[in-house]
Design a protein around this ligand. Sequence first.
Ligand SMILES: Cc1ncc(C[n+]2csc(CCOP(=O)(O)OP(=O)(O)O)c2C)c(N)n1
Ligand SMILES: [Mg+2]
Length: 558
Amino acid sequence: MPATINTRSAAEVLVDQLIVHGARHAFCVPGESYLAVLDAFHDRSLNITVCRQEAGAAIMAEAVGKATGRPGICFVTRGPGATNAAHGVHIAQQDSTPMILFVGQVAREMKGREAFQEIDFRAVFGSMAKWVTEIDDPARIPELISHAFYAATSGRPGPVVIALPEDMQREQLAIEDALPFEPVEIWPGLTDMMKLQKLLWAAERPLVLLGGSRWSEVACAAVARFAERFAIPIATSFRRQHLFDQLHECYAGDLGIGVNPKLLARIKAADVIVNVGGRLGEVPSQSYKLFEIPSPKQTFVHVHPGVDELGMVYRPHLAINAAPTAFAAALEGLQPPNEIKWRAETKVAHDDYMAWSEKATDVPGSVNPGEVFVWLRNHLKRGSVICNGAGNFTVWLHRFYRVRDYATQFGPVSGSMGYGVPAAIAMKRLNPDRTVVALAGDGDFLMNGQEFATAVQYDLPVIVIVSDNGTYGTIRMHQERDYPGRVSGTNLRNPDFAAYARAFGGFGVTVEKTADFAEAFKAAEKSGKPSIIHMKVDAEAITPTTTLTKLREQGGKR
Ligand SMILES: Cc1ncc(C[n+]2csc(CCOP(=O)(O)OP(=O)(O)O)c2C)c(N)n1
Ligand SMILES: [Mg+2]
């Protein structure tokens, strides 16, 4: 159809809506199913990052959602593109991250014939996304895109998937843009806050646990002020350490994998638990064993933006339906009790955390990852960002690296391998002035290591540390516990990761001794290029506190 004055293609209308709603970045792998959208990108002010695999693109968008609290945007092609991108959609679901995945779809007239790469998006993503839709009528683009931004951010945040039939994208129409969306921040009621104050006044050993998504720097600062006024211990949930400064005098540690036993004991002995923003999933709940189900013996306060999360698994004594940002602001109105009975215990809780994270434990092999993270926490400037994937290598990071600032730590709460490299690339694209480090395992790295090419293409000097122990270590650990001595399907034969970096046009260096790490890291920084530090770790050093041999010796007994 020829264009007339004020008409735009449906694809142009769509991209303009993204800009209206505040999107500044989109991550994609191209496909012939959305050529009209690619064309609309051509002269619009949206930063496009073209990736090498849709999982990488989707994870980058998810990381933007985590960092900004606004939907990260990803475009992929139909069948194979969409199923690759499912990796990121699943992370967004489990991590409660706002994200919108757009998928090019077959033309409307061909639908239902199993045309080339056609899939039924509602069926495929129905159990993973908060909302899945297909836009058949271009006149509804402003409505449906506005709806998508609201759906992804409100209540429990999560992913939205939108299919775009390719012929629909080319239609011309004259239509107005929607008004910009305003995220809905649900405020706690005054009565809720008064009830909470009353519970805290009566408490002897309270503890606050921070988790979930869509926080902000301002909200975290408000929680820090509350912590100081109430002298209350604050713990963070799995991979949400960035919500509270680990050097704050009220910080008590993180509830992840390989938790400080003293923190677990403290939580068990607490009389009031205030769980803010998170869901208390399998990892922080220590496989659902930390609290009684359905009625925790502690007075259990649950604050969550998704009303459906309240009363799920745990029956709360006080349920507060509120966004973390609004709840944090409302905390400013609470009065501490005249006499804070737990003040001395809070100091002990922080001392316990400091002692737990202070010094690397001894492990076999010539590279001690604990010492590497102790060095890094002293070397990296405030505001530097660390992203990680999944595997045992992360246990040292979470224990010995001390996260200080909001949005400087990004990891998959969903435990998805292959997260750290694309997340780091997205963070560097957002914040070119910050140092951004990715921590990967040898198995983990090669799940999305191809995105190193994207870092080179966009001149994004991220520093990737590949912790290479020649095995899918986490699974080997479980194997030695449950089937001692029967190594099966877990060994890896690895490439030279430093040479891999160089082959892509980046900087690569190999580290075989702890003492060489500092120089290698500084050389990576100095190179100004995307870098890989190939760090060779002994597989025996399977956690900071045990070895494969010990596990094998004790194995089979559970
Ligand atoms: C995408 C994905 N596939 C498989 C798993 C199961 N898994 C969890 S940890 C792990 C091994 C990680 O290996 P590596 O990256 O080498 O780290 P290591 O444990 O050796 O430190 C596997 C296979 C997962 N979590 N995510
Ligand atoms: Mg490994």
